[in-house]
Design a protein around this ligand. Structure first.
Ligand SMILES: C[S@@+](CC[C@H](N)C(=O)[O-])C[C@H]1O[C@@H](n2cnc3c(N)ncnc32)[C@H](O)[C@@H]1O
Length: 322
C-alpha cells in the first residue's frame, strides 16, 4: 500500500468521527458578518491555520480548494464569491466529500445568502487535477501538501501552477519544522498522513514553491503547531513544528531571485528625504517600507547607520519594495 493510500484511509476515518487533535492550531473562530458556520463543520476543522486572508479577497475570481475537509474554508471563500461554481473543492476521499456536502447543505439552512451551487465538490487528486490549464484565479490548500513526499510535493505545486491563471495566487497553510525530521519518522506513513512528520524547514518549502513558478511569496503568519518530543517520538532533542501561512503569486521571478516578504522593513533616518538604492527601491525618511528578504539582505550589507532593517516578523499583509 502506498503512503497516499494510507493518507486516504486516515481521512476516511477522520470523516467518520471528529479527531480533535488532528492538524489544528490555536486560533480564534473565524467570524464575518452574516456568516454562520455549522457546528459540525467547525468541529471537523483539520487545517493548521487559514488560507482565507481578508485583504486578498477583492477582487476574487474562481477558487480551487484542494482537500476540502469539512468544507469550512470552501464556505468562507464562497462568502466572498457568491456565484454558482465559483468555488471548486477537490478531495481524494469520497467520505470526506460526503461530509463536506452534508455540512454545506446545513450551511444553506443557516445562511440566507448561501446556495449549495456556489461550491462544486469534485472527487479528484491534488496530484492530477481534473481541471484545464489557467482555469482559476486562486488555488488554496490547508494542511495537505505537507503530507506529500518531495517528488509528489513538486508535482502538486506544478499542478497548482498549471491550473492558475497568470498572476493567480496559491494560498498555502502547512506545518514546517525547525530542523529536518529524522528519516525514520518521515517514513512513518501514518504520522505523515496526520500532518506530523512530512513537514520541511521553511526555506526548503519556499524554494519548492518558487521553483514551481511563483516569483513572489508573502508570509502571512507563523504559529506554534506541535512538538515531536523525545519521549514519544524518540528524537534526540525536542523538535518544534510550526505552521506557516503564505500567499504565492504566479509571476516570473526577477533575474536575481524570487521576492519573499517575511515582515522585514527598511527605515531611513538620514538627512535626505529618501534613500534611493538606484535599483528601483526608494525608502522615504521615517516611513517603514516593507522589503523582501533579498532587498533586506542587500540593505544590511550596505552597512549604513542611517538605513535600519527590522528583523522578520513573519507577518506580511501586502505592499512593499518590489
Ligand atoms: C489535513 S486535512 C485538511 C482539510 C481541510 N483543508 C481543512 O483545513 O480542514 C487533508 C484533506 O486532504 C484530503 N486529501 C488527502 N489526500 C489527498 C489527495 N491526494 N488529493 C486531494 N485531497 C486529498 C483529505 O481527505 C482531507 O480532506
Amino acid at each position: 500500500m502506498s503512503y497516499l493510500e494510507t493518507a486516504r484511509r486516515v481521512y476516511r476515518d477522520a470523516a467518520a468521527h471528529v479527531e480533535k487533535t488532528l492538524c489544528c492550531v490555536p486560533s480564534a473562530p473565524f467570524r464575518l458578518p452574516g456568516l454562520a458556520i455549522p457546528r459540525a463543520m467547525e468541529e471537523m476543522n483539520y487545517g493548521c491555520g487559514t488560507t482565507v486572508h481578508l485583504q486578498d479577497l477583492s477582487p476574487l475570481g474562481d477558487v480551487l480548494y484542494l482537500g476540502v475537509g469539512s468544507g469550512l474554508e470552501a464556505l468562507q471563500f464562497a462568502y466572498v464569491t457568491r456565484r454558482p461554481g465559483s468555488v471548486i473543492a477537490v478531495d481524494a476521499v469520497p467520505e470526506m466529500i460526503a461530509v463536506a456536502r452534508r455540512n454545506l447543505l446545513e450551511a444553506v439552512r443557516e445562511n440566507a445568502w448561501f446556495r449549495a451551487e456556489f461550491v462544486e465538490l469534485l472527487e479528484g487528486d491534488a496530484l492530477a487535477l481534473p481541471l484545464p490549464d489557467a482555469r482559476v484565479d486562486v488555488v488554496a490548500q490547508n494542511c495537505l501538501f505537507n503530507i506529500f513526499t518531495s517528488d509528489d510535493l513538486d508535482h502538486a505545486l506544478a499542478e497548482a501552477a498549471r491550473v492558475l491563471k497568470p498572476g493567480g495566487r496559491l494560498v498555502l497553510s502547512d506545518p514546517i519544522c525547525e530542523r529536518p525530521i529524522p528519516d525514520r519518522l518521515r517514513a512513518d506513513e501514518r504520522l505523515r498522513a496526520q500532518c506530523l512528520s512530512g513537514a520541511r524547514p521553511l526555506d526548503e518549502y519556499l524554494d519548492r514553491v518558487v521553483r514551481a513558478g511563483f516569483g513572489t511569496i508573502e508570509i502571512r503568519a507563523r504559529r506554534p503547531y506541535r512538538v515531536l518530543d523525545r519521549r514519544r517520538y524518540g528524537v534526540e532533542t525536542d523538535l518544534v513544528l510550526e505552521s506557516v501561512e503564505a500567499v504565492a503569486v504566479k509571476t516570473p521571478a526577477p533575474a536575481d531571485g524570487a521576492c519573499v516578504f517575511a515582515g522585514e522593513t527598511a527605515i531611513f533616518v538620514g538627512a535626505e528625504e529618501a534613500f534611493d538604492d538606484g535599483r528601483g527601491h526608494v525608502v522615504p525618511r521615517d516611513v517603514p517600507l516593507p522589503v523582501c528578504r533579498k532587498t533586506a539582505r542587500a540593505f544590511r550589507d550596505l552597512g549604513r547607520a542611517d538605513l535600519i532593517v527590522t528583523p522578520p516578523t513573519w507577518h506580511h499583509s501586502g505592499g512593499g519594495c518590489c
